[in-house]
Design a protein around this ligand. Structure first.
Ligand SMILES: [Zn+2]
Length: 496
């Protein structure tokens, strides 16, 4: 069989894989918005079946034959981006499908529900010890799977690679060290300059806030014909159901924070639904997973949505549409949105301290998988790091190690992506500004679409053909680099 015939074969497998993934997205969307309590058990069985079918595609004879041929082809020698993406993703999925020990995976999947329950119970009792044996079991099974998938690499590298493909723990650690040092200096400067604490802005009507936030998302370029809004869930997320179908889900709230949630999710949605026809045809739509997707969402939430230029344009409209803001000068609103204050919770963290929350979890995981940290010491190590990096210490485990559902919910080796998103954003912002030097003036006039179109042309159209590292190299000529993000923060927060 020729190269082209093998390519066709893996393309067909990939398309089927994507169909299953779309069903999984639909299930997730339904689970958070409509699934009744008594429907959950049967849904779980259905979802498990779909998951098995999806992975079985890569264990069959077709995949076996394609692997025999394509493992002799070096992906970096394939010129066409779509073909290279197909071969790279095929080989990774094939390796994972045949090497993942089925009994370990089954054990892991069976443990998930109990693990989540133990986490919930531990949170109620504010006692990490209730969750500790489950954390150890989850981490250790994950490690077993990682070592089986790639016996030649340290487990944590493989685990991180499952979320952020192509990145090594060493590379991430190096850039996190740069970021940490820069953030610490920035926080010291801000502390010295002294920042008055702003009063909170009162809530408005959730209906008015949702209408305003959704309009802003549409004016970024998010087209409801490619998705739409559902505002009846508990946390913001986006479901990638199809190449032209990315639905934004948000909660109901009268807080202005809803605006930023909407801009964030619209970023995910536009990225996911912005692939070119050829990329869709190959089943490679949707964007690069992990930190790079997060970057495209945070770009609209922060780089654009928090900018002075953006609010110079939109604040008068906000005042006109929502009465609460009429008594709040634009300058005060801007200061409230840029208040820097270390908090114990990642999800309520400001733009400056946010990365530290992600970095410290990454470091705890790294130490655990390197055998330097034991499960029984995790809560203490967590609190020590908060004290060291943010200058505050959780008073109980629910405020500390138990605050995220991630470790209980199979998001292990995932936290780095939140901080990587910021790093990529600094690099993307500089790349955009090289081509649109008057970006701020444009935004100040309400012309945001040129920036959206730039992202569409340079990033979104390629779907997940490239890894994040390849994409950053394409955009900047260099590798992962935390310095542009630090330069951005210094400019916004210190006026440098
Ligand atoms: Zn996100």
């Amino acid at each position: 069989m020729s190269y082209q015939e093998n390519l066709q074969r893996i393309k067909e497998l990939n398309l089927k894989y994507r169909y299953y993934k779309s069903i999984e997205s639909l299930f997730e969307y339904d689970q958070w918005s409509a699934l009744p309590a008594e429907g959950a058990a049967y849904r779980q069985q259905t979802a498990a079946f779909i998951g098995e079918q999806k992975n079985a595609l890569y264990r069959g004879d077709d995949a076996c034959r394609a692997e025999a041929y394509l493992s002799g082809v070096r992906p970096e020698e394939i010129e066409d981006g779509i073909e290279r993406g197909l071969v790279r993703t095929f080989l990774a999925r094939r390796r994972s499908a045949v090497r993942t020990p089925e009994d370990t995976l089954r054990k892991y999947n069976l443990m998930k529900a109990d693990c989540m329950n133990a986490w919930k119970q531990a949170r109620e009792q504010k006692d990490y010890r209730v969750f500790q044996p489950w954390l150890r079991q989850a981490f250790d099974l994950k490690k077993e799977i990682a070592l089986a998938v790639n016996p030649d690499a340290p487990a944590f590298d493989t685990i991180v690679g499952m979320t952020d493909e192509g990145l090594s723990v060493k590379e991430v650690s190096e850039q996190f060290d740069v970021l940490k040092k820069g953030l610490k200096e920035l926080l010291d400067r801000l502390r010295k300059n002294g920042q008055a604490e702003e009063d909170a802005i009162p809530d408005s009507s959730p209906e008015q806030m949702a209408a305003f936030a959704q309009r802003l998302a549409r004016e970024l370029g998010y087209r409801p014909e490619r998705g739409g809004f559902n505002d009846r869930v508990v946390h913001g997320f986006t479901s990638f159901m199809g190449p032209r179908d990315a639905r934004v889900s948000t909660y109901q709230s009268g807080s202005y924070n809803l605006i930023f949630t909407c801009l964030h999710e619209a970023g995910h949605a536009m990225y996911s639904s912005g692939s070119s026809g050829a990329v869709i045809e190959a089943g490679l739509w949707g964007g690069i997973e992990g930190g790079f997707h997060e970057a495209n969402a945070r770009f609209f939430e922060n780089m654009i949505g928090h900018s002075r230029a953006y609010w110079d344009y939109y604040y008068p409209q906000l005042q006109e549409e929502i009465p609460v803001f009429r008594g709040i000068p634009a300058e005060r609103f801007y200061r409230v949105c840029h208040q820097v204050k270390p908090t114990l919770k990642r999800i309520s963290a400001d733009e400056v301290t946010y990365s530290l929350h992600a970095i410290l979890r990454f470091e705890l995981e790294r130490d655990y998988f390197a055998g330097k940290l034991q499960a029984e010491d995790m809560a203490e190590a967590w609190n020590d790091k908060y004290e060291e990096y943010l200058g505050i210490r959780p008073s109980n485990d629910t405020e500390g190690v138990l605050q995220d559902m991630h470790w209980a919910g199979d998001y292990i080796g995932y936290f780095q992506s939140y901080a990587l998103g910021n790093i990529y954003d600094g690099q993307i912002l500089e790349a955009v500004k090289r081509e649109i030097p008057d970006m701020e003036e444009k935004i100040r006039r309400g012309e945001i679409l040129p920036v959206t179109e730039w992202l569409g042309r340079n990033i979104w159209q390629y779907g997940c053909c490239y890894t994040a590292g390849e994409m950053i190299r394409k955009l900047t000529g260099g590798g992962l680099d935390a310095r542009p993000f630090l330069r951005y923060l210094e400019k916004v927060y210190c006026g440098d």
